[in-house]
Write a protein that binds this ligand. Sequence first.
Ligand code: Z5A
Length: 213
Amino acid sequence: MSEQGRFVTIEGIEGAGKSTCMQLAARVISDHGIELVQTREPGGTPLGEELRDLLLGHRHTGMSEDAELLLMFAARAEHLHRRIEPALEQGQWVLCDRFTDATYAYQGAGRGIPKDRISVLEQWVQGARRPDLTILMDLPVTLGLERAGRRSDPDRFEREDLAFFERVRQGYREIAAREPQRVRVVDASRALATVQDEIRGILEAFMEQVGND
Ligand code: Z5A
């Protein structure tokens, strides 16, 4: 049987540059001859993408916080079952734009849902599965919003106020402080080339480390 693949996630508040840097991260990993599945949350499967539309769209603007949380985990359960676990079992790597850290940051720190309720769902849906490496792209909220604000049609989350995104950022930074081995914080406020150099370095060091394990 082939060796288990590795699970890498990219996190950050909106406008941090995750989507931009996903492309670079995918290239760096693939250039090492590693087979890679590139995906995102919420989403990544047909059902997950439909749930994403419900979560981000404006048909249910007043959705309850618990419904939002449960839909995130419903999408995640499907994603793990259909894509993430099968890929990892075949020895492929999975690169995911957001995962459960986003739930602790947005639904936990942002909306105020207690952490222990989220961790019950995390345990239920994921069992022992956690990302092997997370890159947290951190930057001041105003800069992230300014970058993202160039878009025309804000989604349901993008309509939240500054205070919400400050709590989300703080939530992410607390996770990184608790788990410095897994979560590598990148200062995403710098020029794109500098940010991407640092991400390349983190991924190369990680690949070397797991290659030597
Ligand atoms: N969500 C949740 O609540 N709970 C959960 O469990 C999960 C998700 C999984 C969907 O996320 C929403 O779901 C998200 C949280 C919630 N809502 N919010 N907010 P998403 O990842 O699809 O959406 P997003 O965070 O809004 O993505 P984004 O706005 O596309 O941000 P980004 O991917 O980090 O940024 P980007 O598109 O790569 O870059 C934004 C712009 O900045 C773009 O024009 C770039 O060219 C530019 N850019 C990027 N880097 C730089 C640098 N370094 N300098 C200058 N300009 C730059």
